[in-house]
Design a protein around this ligand. Structure first.
Ligand code: IMP
Length: 190
């Protein structure tokens, strides 16, 4: 089965391929602006653009980001460009640490919303969350984005110090993709 995925992000494509082994993953650039105020809206904008060009196929788009309680949910939908354009991971992480200087409340969560369009053209929105805290300093070399700063609840290591399998098992994207698996199984079992 083929699944069109609206991203060129290699890390995401690998995570999606690992979670959905029965699919041939085809990467496609939706070439749209992510103008929605929330993750679900942006995921739908991207999925609809790809689905319009590939009717009768499975299509998915995800939108995700980091929400920090003490920052009122920031960086949220601006996670990729928190420190400005173009997207710069070291600058984003440095700004996050600066904005949390002296802040005791380090609670945060990653959220992932997936918009899935089935071969009948029906849209499904699925979500996953992972709660944790923001560390005082980065650690680990794996993963991407804010991974070196995010300590998932119940762990002492950052996302960047966990193996891909360990991260997939608890991550926002892993949880959203588990919902995607359920949705696809329900569709194919009809
Ligand atoms: P996107 O819109 O889903 O591509 O995600 C936006 C941004 O959120 C990324 O560029 C990262 O900065 C951050 N992000 C999303 N998921 C993760 C993750 O699993 N680890 C670290 N950062 C992430």
């Amino acid at each position: 089965m083929e699944l069109y995925v609206a991203t060129h992000n290699e890390h995401k494509l690998r995570e999606i391929g690992e979670m959905l082994p029965g699919f041939t993953i085809l990467s496609e650039d939706p070439d749209v602006e992510e103008t929605a105020p929330d993750f679900a809206g942006n995921a739908l904008i991207k999925a609809r653009a790809i689905a319009a060009a590939h009717k009768g196929c499975w299509v998915m788009a995800d939108d995700s980001g980091l929400e920090v309680a003490a920052l009122g949910g920031e960086p949220g939908v601006r996670s990729a460009r928190y420190a400005g354009e173009p997207s710069n991971t070291p600058a984003n992480n440095a700004l996050l640490l600066k904005n949390l200087e002296g802040v005791a409340d380090r609670r945060a969560n990653f959220t992932c919303c997936v918009a899935l369009v089935d071969p009948d053209g029906v849209e499904h929105v699925l979500a996953g969350r992972c709660y944790g805290t923001i560390a005082q300093a980065p650690s680990g070399a794996g993963g991407f984005g804010y991974d070196p700063l995010f300590i998932p609840d119940g762990h002492t290591k950052s996302f960047a110090e966990l193996s891909a399998d360990e991260k997939n098992a608890i991550s926002h994207r892993g949880r959203a993709l588990a919902e995607v698996q359920n949705c696809i199984q329900g569709f194919t079992a009809r």
